[in-house]
Design a protein around this ligand. Structure first.
Ligand code: DC
Length: 233
């Protein structure tokens, strides 16, 4: 069967990665979570105190990237068969999902040199096709010629509730209002930044999953993919 590139973009916390992982598993494709890559760079910046008191980010981050002091890669977790993100070889998957990284990631993802660095790596990962990549600019910038593009959204309240339930289940002490504020702030920054803002590609299929169960959504996506691959064959 012909292998394609599937780009899944959309707002934060709308279940993109869950659906992308499931689809990749069903198709035997590689799954890449590009948000994890931006989160790993954010963790580096936090660990090095690059968030300055005046709200700016230290120019050291740019030299770290230019001088190749930061390497972002993935390693397969043998138990889950899912890729986990590494920062300079250290598996940081469990460090990048908390509220601290979430609160700092949008300004990092708005930096043109960070985007150029990560976009190039993402394009290399897709050279052999057979990939499901989720993010914000996959269908618009990383793979503008992807054979299938999906743009996922849901109401901010619904997304905040899902994120809240997820963090609670992991035993993290969080307040719903803080999560909602974080979701709304990230929507705003992600959609209004100058470089690669979050927007639906003209040829992307829109999915509002506010009232869909996970199973309904997965079935819909698998059928859409199979139809697209058959049409290309
Ligand atoms: O998908 P996520 O919430 O883990 O993404 C974290 C942040 O990274 C999010 O605020 C937007 C940014 N991001 C981006 O700008 N471009 C991508 N391709 C993926 C994520």
């Amino acid at each position: 069967m012909k292998k394609i590139i599937i780009a899944i973009d959309g707002h934060s916390s709308c279940g993109k990665s869950t659906m992308a992982k499931q689809l990749a598993r069903q198709l035997g494709y590689i799954y890449v979570d590009t948000g994890a890559m931006y989160r790993a760079v954010t963790l580096w910046a936090l660990r090095h105190d690059y968030f300055l008191a005046d709200g700016s980010i230290s120019p050291m981050l740019e030299s770290d990237i230019r001088e190749e002091r930061i390497a972002v890669s993935f390693v397969l977790n043998p138990e889950t068969a899912l890729p986990e993100v590494c920062l300079n070889g250290e598996n940081v998957e469990s460090h990048i999902r908390g509220i601290e990284v979430s609160n700092h990631v949008s300004p990092i993802a708005a930096l043109p040199y960070v985007r150029a660095f990560l976009t190039l790596q993402q394009q290399r990962m897709g050279e052999q096709k057979g990939i499901v990549m989720d993010g914000r600019d996959i269908g618009t910038v990383v793979f503008p010629h992807a054979e299938l593009k999906i743009f996922v959204t849901a109401s901010a309240e619904m997304r905040a509730q899902r994120r809240y339930d997820e963090l609670k289940a992991k035993g993290q002490e969080v307040a719903y209002d803080d999560i909602l504020r974080n979701v709304q702030e990230r929507d705003y920054i992600d959609s209004h930044r100058e470089v690669a803002p979050l927007r639906q590609a003209d040829d992307a299929v829109l999915l509002d999953n506010s009232s869909l169960t996970r199973e309904e959504q997965n079935a819909w996506l698998l059928k859409l993919t199979q139809d697209r691959v058959s049409a290309l064959a």
